[in-house]
Write a protein that binds this ligand. Structure first.
Ligand code: ARG
Length: 460
């Protein structure tokens, strides 16, 4: 059996159970592209600094290219006895090109190597997620464009509150997603510093150039402190926190659409292409994709909690525990991308049931707050207006009618300031027309929000 790359001081080989328990190759091979990038930058730097010859560098670079080709072609043999992606690639390079490969790990440890690979991987993953966020935003704005003018009940406490334009409500999700993307961009700025050259923890006495590798890998700069460079995983914590917040936003969207698709709400009809059936109840058509968006948010949060718990008790510097950072991160990224994609798919495949929504609108006294504002315009203090309208609503409840059904005499019996013009404030259409504050659900305000997003997301 082949000896380990670190085998010099050992007399016995590890047991099979230990080998199986400590390996990470089964999942960290996902880092291969970034590991090869890092090794190439490192080899070029070693040559520039005179630590290896240019011909050694050239064979290393060629060997790494060949390894990358083999991995992509599925020809590369990943070996559990070679532990992780770093040693699999280095050992195979040695099999392939011999002596020069043995110089590649000069002034490098797996501790700084894995951090470099992982930061590069997360940097790319962030770009992917931001792309998926943008696709969902576009799908939502297209849904907005299809539903101009549609008024729906707005809810607080899941009780009817005030009428809102559907466009306004959908754009609320677009705003949330924009902040989600912003958090990821912030995270990317902080993670984009290069740990390579920190070595095991203390740096090296060899004359390396950390600025050169940092530049080659498009990092902003080398990390200032070698101990920090190999120890911390706060960039992953921040990344998975950002994903968790996105997941929560999507979960709330999922909950809303599941409710809206129910018989009780009946606001939307998802197309068959985004619905699933029941194995026993022949009539069922379920919004499973959005239920699973809600459900999978639990995984994304779980991944974050795993990482937080992993890091909480670790002394400086590198500890093998940190190997456990990868699977939750991979899972978080895969899950959030799936959630974003399926939400966009769902958004493209629902129709709003205009008649059903319109029929539902008169109930719930959605115009009561607008009526209170009417009284404020007539110089009544708001607390007094609130009380007068409250009594008007009580009258409606006892008569089983809506505010607009009350006669002027009935209204005047509650306050003498009511006049004929009150009927311009009542009913949801009138109520919507009265909104004018910046960011409100008034038609003009919403139209300018729509314009903003159409331009920003370059929708034509
Ligand atoms: N597979 C390891 C990890 O993911 C690489 C670093 C191992 N370092 C060590 N000293 N054993 O963290």
């Amino acid at each position: 059996k082949e000896g380990k790359l670190w085998g010099g001081r050992f007399e016995e080989s590890v047991t099979e159970a230990v080998e199986k328990f400590t390996e990470s190759i089964s999942y960290d091979k996902a880092l291969y592209k970034h590991d090869i990038m890092g090794s190439k930058a490192h080899a070029s730097m070693l040559a520039q600094q005179g630590l290896i010859s240019t011909s050694d560098r050239d064979s290393i670079l060629q060997g790494l290219d060949e390894i990358e080709r083999q991995i992509k072609a599925g020809e590369f043999v990943w070996r559990t006895d070679r532990e992780d992606v770093h040693m699999n690639i280095e050992a195979t390079l040695t099999d392939m090109i011999g002596e020069p490969a043995k110089k590649l790990h000069t002034a490098r440890s797996r501790n700084d190597q894995v951090q470099t690979d992982f930061r590069l991987w997360c940097r790319d993953a962030i770009d992917t997620i931001i792309g998926s966020i943008k696709c969902l935003q576009i799908a939502l704005v297209k849904l907005v464009l299809k539903n101009e003018g549609l008024i729906i009940p707005g809810y607080t406490h899941l009780q009817r509150a005030q009428p809102v334009l559907l466009q306004h409500l959908l754009l609320a999700y677009v705003e949330q997603l924009e902040r989600d993307a912003g958090r990821l961009l912030d995270c990317k700025v902080r993670l984009n510093f290069c740990p390579l050259g920190a070595c095991a923890l203390a740096g090296t006495g060899l004359p390396i150039d950390r600025f050169m590798t940092s530049d080659a890998l498009k990092f902003a700069a080398p990390m200032r402190n070698s101990i920090d460079a190999v120890s911390d995983r706060d960039f992953v914590l921040e990344f998975l926190s950002a994903n968790s917040i996105t997941a929560i936003h999507l979960s709330r969207l999922g909950e809303e659409w599941v409710l809206w698709a129910s018989e009780e709400f009946g606001f939307i009809t998802p197309s068959d292409s985004v619905s699933t059936g029941s194995s026993i109840m022949p009539q069922k058509k379920n919004p499973d994709p959005m239920e699973l968006v809600r459900g999978k948010s639990a995984r994304v949060i779980g991944d974050l909690v795993t990482l937080l718990t992993l890091c909480k008790g670790l002394p400086l510097a590198y500890n093998r525990d940190l190997q456990e950072d990868k699977e939750p991160t991979f899972d978080s990224v895969k899950t959030i991308v799936g959630m974003l994609e399926v939400s966009a798919e769902f958004a493209q495949n629902i129709t709003f049931n205009k008649e059903r929504i319109q029929k539902a609108l008169p109930a719930g006294h959605l115009d009561a707050t607008t009526l209170a504002d009417y009284l404020v315009n007539k110089q009544i203090p708001f607390r007094t207006s609130h009380d007068i309208v409250g009594r008007a609503v009580a009258l409606c409840v006892s008569k089983n009618c809506q505010l607009q059904d009350l006669s002027l005499d009935e209204l005047k019996s509650l306050s003498p300031v009511f006049d004929e013009d009150v009927y311009e404030y009542l009913g949801v259409e009138n109520a919507i027309r009265k909104f004018c504050s910046y960011g409100s659900t008034g038609s003009a305000c919403v139209a300018s929000q729509v314009d903003y997003w159409v331009t920003k997301l370059e929708i034509d």
